[in-house]
Design a protein around this ligand. Structure first.
Ligand SMILES: Cc1cc2nc3c(=O)[nH]c(=O)nc-3n(C[C@H](O)[C@H](O)[C@H](O)COP(=O)(O)OP(=O)(O)OC[C@H]3O[C@@H](n4cnc5c(N)ncnc54)[C@H](O)[C@@H]3O)c2cc1C
Length: 287
């Protein structure tokens, strides 16, 4: 339970952090809230020789509204998301999701940047980012670039992040006022990752679904956008046949691992139920 020795660095700018990470190479890891990395180090499953602590970089903090976008700094904690009036007003699905992440202790330290940049497909915020059409700002030794969340997750433990690159902020277009949303998560107990979870953002007009986007958490090697499931409900009043079709279309793209949370068929089945419940609850909010 005691980590190996390492050198500690505390840069005060993104440029300095990127320089350290690219110079020190594979031996260095960024340190955000530390809730994933430090336990791994204590178990000696991660043995970085250098930790580059991001807490000294003020530019990585904060939630700002810029036109029709909300920009969230990577070092913003889940707790700060929950305390933000802007998030509650403009992006309420993030608030609903953050409340389902672990427990207050984890939420005080865990950062949104790590939640979306780290490769764990159980991280709940990733499905939200897909349905909201978020874009990630990355800064690395070759400069800065923006990558849509839909192109960021490329495979098991594999993202668009290049060596030495940091995710510095997330830019999210604000959905239209009055949009409907829901995040449904089945977990074995408080503090657990999802057995299956679904995010829905949609609009309704005249009792029918006008637009819809559905995301899935922990049901594949990457978070998934369930496009055919969304198409199945657009133009419908979410009648039982449409809901059944949406759940089946979502289940068709799921490929969860069989693990302590259950066998594959069970996890796909409850994944379909999460989609149905999220659609129904979102519709209830729209009406
Ligand atoms: C007991 C427990 C239960 C949890 N349950 C859930 C849950 O139900 N749902 C959920 O979504 N999450 C859950 N989490 C994860 C948590 O929400 C955080 O995502 C996680 O702890 C990592 O965030 P951190 O800021 O502590 O990252 P750290 O542990 O500091 O960082 C881990 C690694 O992420 C990478 N990283 C961090 N920041 C950046 C960045 N800006 N750019 C590039 N790479 C970066 C680095 O490689 C870093 O080494 C749980 C965590 C714990 C400890």
């Amino acid at each position: 339970m005691i980590p190996g020795s390492f050198s500690y660095h505390r840069p005060t700018s993104v440029a300095d952090a990127v320089k350290l990470l690219s110079t020190l190479g594979d031996d260095a890891r960024p340190l955000a809230g530390g809730h994933s990395l430090v336990p791994m180090m204590k178990l000696r499953l991660a043995t970085p020789e250098h930790l580059v602590d991001l807490h000294g970089i003020g530019d990585l903090k904060g939630i700002t509204r810029s036109g029709n976008k909300v920009v969230i700094g990577a070092m913003t904690t889940q707790h700060e998301l929950l305390a933000s009036d802007e998030i509650a007003k403009s992006l309420p699905i993030l608030r609903e999701t953050a409340l389902l992440i672990a427990d207050p202790q984890v939420r005080y330290m865990g950062t949104i940047g790590c939640n979306v940049a780290n490769v764990d497909h159980g991280n709940d915020m990733t499905a939200d980012m897909l349905v909201l059409g978020a874009s990630y700002h990355l800064q690395g030794p070759n400069g800065a670039r923006d990558v849509p969340a839909t192109e960021f997750y490329q495979g098991a433990y594999f993202t668009a992040l290049e060596p030495g690159e940091l995710l510095t902020s997330i830019s999210i277009p604000v959905p239209e006022p009055g949009h409907a949303y829901a995040y449904e998560k089945l977990k074995r107990k408080v503090g657990d990752y999802a057995t299956a979870a679904a995010a829905v953002v949609m609009t309704m007009s005249g009792g029918k679904v006008a637009t819809c986007s559905i995301g899935l958490t922990n049901l594949s090697e990457t978070p998934l956008l369930a496009e055919d499931a969304a198409k199945a409900v657009i133009g419908t009043s979410l009648d039982p046949a449409a809901l059944k079709q949406a759940a089946a279309a979502a289940e068709a793209i799921m490929s969860p691992a069989a693990d302590a949370r259950g066998p594959v068929e069970y996890r796909k089945h409850v994944g379909g139920i999460m989609v149905t419940r999220a659609l129904q609850r979102a519709a209830g909010r729209a009406r």
